[in-house]
Design a protein around this ligand. Structure first.
Ligand SMILES: [Zn+2]
Length: 208
């Protein structure tokens, strides 16, 4: 297999900057200088491959190399140059917009789809998404996004504020556990559910 050759898609990076300026509330986790877009030059997307672009966070040793060299890039989007040239403005914008929604507020973490894609996008352009003929131009028109549909990102601050319901829930679980112990039964499994799920979200490679 021949090695892929990449070059920077500066046009896409300019578009990202414009999108962030136009939709700061939706793209609040994105700092454009942290995102690089690279196009594959020597290969076309195969017909069976429906993935138009991928984003991945830079972490571990690669992040260290970036830091040591004063490079601000923390996210890489890659796509095919042959696609990029073919897409109209709106399609380019929506594909990039989708990838940007994967950017987590914490470096190295990514946001997962909340549908097979993102609900905030489906709400505006439907499930057909990027193949639709009449995609609205994100920069020339003003798309009114539903803020309630922004992908959920747990913030550190939120964790400190535990709701009353959660306190109640915790109390109940502790009671159940104590009762179980007194009765000589095994503690209910559900008590550790939440923490374990949190950890699962950590590691992740490419995202579409
Ligand atoms: Zn995606």
């Amino acid at each position: 297999m021949t090695e892929k050759v990449y070059s920077r898609v500066t046009e896409a990076e300019d578009m990202i900057k414009a999108l962030c300026e136009k939709y700061p509330k939706v793209l609040w986790t994105v700092r454009p200088q942290m995102v690089a877009v690279y196009g594959i030059e020597n290969k076309e997307r195969s017909e069976s491959n429906s993935v138009l672009a991928k984003i991945k966070p830079i972490k571990g040793i690669e992040k260290t190399i970036m830091q040591d060299n004063n490079i601000s890039i923390r996210w890489i989007i890659d796509l095919f140059w042959s696609d990029w040239r073919e897409w109209n403005e709106a399609k380019r914008q929506w594909v990039l917009f989708h990838e940007l929604l994967h950017i987590h507020s914490e470096v190295g973490k990514s946001v997962k789809h909340d549908l097979e894609t993102f609900r905030i996008i489906v709400d505006k352009i439907g499930v057909l998404e990027y193949n639709s003929e009449n995609l609205p131009n994100l920069l020339l028109t003003n798309v009114e996004f539903n803020m309630d549909l922004r992908p959920k990102i747990e913030e550190e601050e939120e964790k400190d504020e535990i709701s009353e319901e959660e306190v109640e829930e915790k109390k109940k679980k502790r009671m159940k556990k104590a009762v179980a112990e007194i009765m000589g039964e095994d503690a209910p499994e559900e008590t550790k559910d939440k923490e374990e799920k949190e950890e699962d979200k950590g590691e992740e490679g490419d995202l579409f």
